[in-house]
Write a protein that binds this ligand. Structure first.
Ligand SMILES: NC(=O)CC[C@H](N)C(=O)O
Length: 434
């Protein structure tokens, strides 16, 4: 049986209730600009803070929740009905849920899928993830779209009460907790999500071989890697050594890789000094390089380009991206709040020769891919691993394998005494908050 809770501030009551348990406790979401939304606790009861962002994916909530790039973010699902297929043991993209909070309109009352092993709300609670349901997510999304991603807090249960008196706290009183939360700009977060230890994902089937005859080997720097990514390389016959984000250039070179991969990850690319320095060493040696999302931003930085924060970012599974060389359009999965600042349509100079923007987003002309013309390196801002999402961009893993299968180019190593490279990354402000 479902029980209707009070409707407050235009929110509808959550309906995921049982006769025995009664309705979930009241919850409130407070944005840093003071706007608030009332609803019901979903998942764990308590409090959480993070950057409020919206995700427009209709499917793949389990992949979204377990994508480490969402670390420190309160994710608002625009799909109104979430949890329909429960949770299963196959669709997780990492060892845990990473979102700091989860906002939905109408949670499924009953999970239904042959793969389901449980209810999403129960899984959120088991992993201590505070969420809120019954929120008018359309109004909230429009707000974030107009004002930009901003900090938010979700409060329920005891966290909604003043400890001494038991009085219910008003959103204006909870706002101070939201304003205390760290902002995303400047946040260096890869170290908080990366693997503590290196590990190997073995090639599936017959190993592919490099031009030197050795089994093809990639070093993947885990900046928040999704498990589907090494899987895509492994099933192309490539052995993948996944290293923590703190790995040094020497750690990378010791494995004698045929190529180096930088993964997606949370935080501001402008803060990733160590990883950019390692990448410059990789590029200096003309080792083939492929980067996804955060990896694309770090390639941009290594080339001397700036990065900046988007107003509300791209998060979803149906973003149109054009390949500038062919004019063909891919429908792609996205999850990024920052972007690379580079000229579209004309090659530009870098310390590694000419480079170009290979892909850009048809919605807003945001840079979605980079390619070096004189060195074996490229990257995309979107997600060819497609977890969740369409598979249009899977060919990029083949492109990386082809790059590694080419005879290595003579490293045109720079003069060690040469002056520093052209520029350092900067973040341009496109919004006043976050
Ligand atoms: N998925 C990612 O790698 C995200 C990269 C970066 N943290 C951003 O928000 O833009």
């Amino acid at each position: 049986m479902t029980a209707a809770g009070p409707t407050v501030d235009g929110a509808e009551p959550a309906t995921r209730t049982t006769a025995a348990a009664g309705p979930p406790p009241e919850a409130v979401l407070v944005l840093e600009d003071g706007r608030s939304f009332r609803g019901r606790a979903y998942g764990a009861t308590g409090s959480t803070v993070g950057e409020a962002v919206f995700c427009t994916a209709m499917t793949g909530y389990q992949e979204t929740l377990t994508d480490p790039s969402y670390h420190r973010q309160v994710v608002v699902m625009t799909a109104p009905h979430v949890g329909n297929t429960g949770v299963n043991d196959e669709d997780g993209e990492s060892r845990r849920i990473w979102v700091s909070g989860f906002v939905v309109r109408d949670p499924a009352r009953r999970a239904s899928s042959w793969r389901s092993r449980g209810d999403l709300g129960d899984e959120l609670a088991a992993q201590d993830v505070v969420g809120i349901s019954g929120v008018d997510t359309r109004a909230l999304t429009r707000h974030l779209r107009e004002r930009g991603a901003m900090r938010a807090g979700v409060f329920s249960g005891e966290a909604l009460r003043e400890p001494a008196s038991g009085r219910r706290l008003e959103p204006s009183e909870l706002l101070v907790r939201v304003l205390d939360a760290p902002v995303m700009r400047g946040a260096d977060l890869a170290g908080e999500v990366t693997t503590p230890e290196p590990y190997v994902v073995e090639a599936v089937g017959e190993p592919r071989r490099g031009t030197d005859g050795r089994p093809m080997t990639v070093v993947a720097l885990d900046l928040g890697i999704k498990s589907r990514t090494p899987w895509h390389l492994a099933r192309r016959g490539v052995r993948v050594h996944v290293l923590p984000s703190s790995a040094s250039t020497q750690d990378v070179l010791d494995l004698q890789p045929h190529g180096v991969f930088y993964s997606n990850g949370p935080g501001d690319p402008a803060a990733a000094e160590h990883e950019v320095a390692v990448l410059r060493d990789v590029l200096d040696r003309r080792l083939p390089f492929f980067g996804i999302c955060y990896g694309n931003q770090l390639l941009g930085r290594a080339l001397g380009l700036g990065t900046y924060k988007l107003v509300y970012g791209h998060r979803g599974v149906n973003q149109p991206v054009i390949d500038d060389a062919t004019g063909s359009v891919e429908i792609t999965a996205h999850n990024h709040g920052f972007a690379v600042d580079a000229p579209i349509g004309e090659p530009f100079d870098t310390p590694y020769g000419a480079a170009e923007v290979s892909h850009w987003c048809l919605n807003d002309r945001v840079v979605e891919g980079l390619r070096l013309l004189d060195a074996p390196a490229f990257s995309v801002q979107y997600h060819p691993e497609a977890a969740a999402g369409p598979h249009d961009a899977g060919y990029l893993f083949d492109r990386f394998c082809d790059l590694m299968a080419q005879p290595s180019r003579t490293p045109d190593l720079p003069d060690p005494g040469a002056p520093a490279r052209v520029a350092t990354s900067s973040t341009a402000s496109t919004e006043e908050s976050a």
